[in-house]
Design a protein around this ligand. Sequence first.
Ligand SMILES: *Cc1c(COP(=O)(O)O)cnc(C)c1O
Length: 232
Amino acid sequence: MNKIEENLERTEGKIAEACRIAGRERDDVTLIAVSKTKPVSMIEEAYALGIRDFGENKVQELMDKQEKLPSDIRWHLIGHLQTNKAKYVVGKVHMIHSVDSLRLAEAISKEAVKKDVTVKILIEVNVGEEESKFGVSASDAETLIREASVLPGIKIMGLMTVAPYVGDQEENIPIFNKLRQLSIDIRQKNIDNVLMDILSMGMSNDYGAAIKAGATHIRIGTSIFGERDYSA
Ligand SMILES: *Cc1c(COP(=O)(O)O)cnc(C)c1O
């Protein structure tokens, strides 16, 4: 077994265990392999092992990789998106996880209308209100969602958060529970064009806790591809 295969097997084991404890089906959780900074060859390896959902945080890197890889890959943009770059990703990615301002939602909408597509988006919420610079605060999320929901060409699928890096993943359970509760509260408002079906939360360090708290999409980089090297 090569390294990625070993890593995937170990990760799958932990996902299955968390699902079992939470009384959830494995199929209810989508594993997004976060391939940022990693070469195309490693994505090809994960693809050969059956992975079809990949996450990238930079527009240029995502596009460079996309053109070299099979077209049935679902690309998830998980990093901060600048308004002026929305035009590059609309129509190319399966979902944008990181919408945190009306201005960005408007830019995506405008491009979607131009290209006659519908873009699935998640609203990024800064639940912890610290560490992460991005994301709308939990108290402002509903207002943003109401304003964005009337824009043509976008569909709000749910919420996303990046929890702090913690030593013990249980420490992030309150954050994950808060995001889930927020999605329940917003779903109850029955806002047109807003689904609250997706909760994108949990990374290498804390996906077990996230699954127990109701994550539908977990974003895992290091545990699959190994540590990232930013020195180059
Ligand atoms: C890098 C990144 C991940 C994956 O982080 P790991 O700790 O390597 O699993 C997940 N989500 C976002 C938004 C990221 O930028």
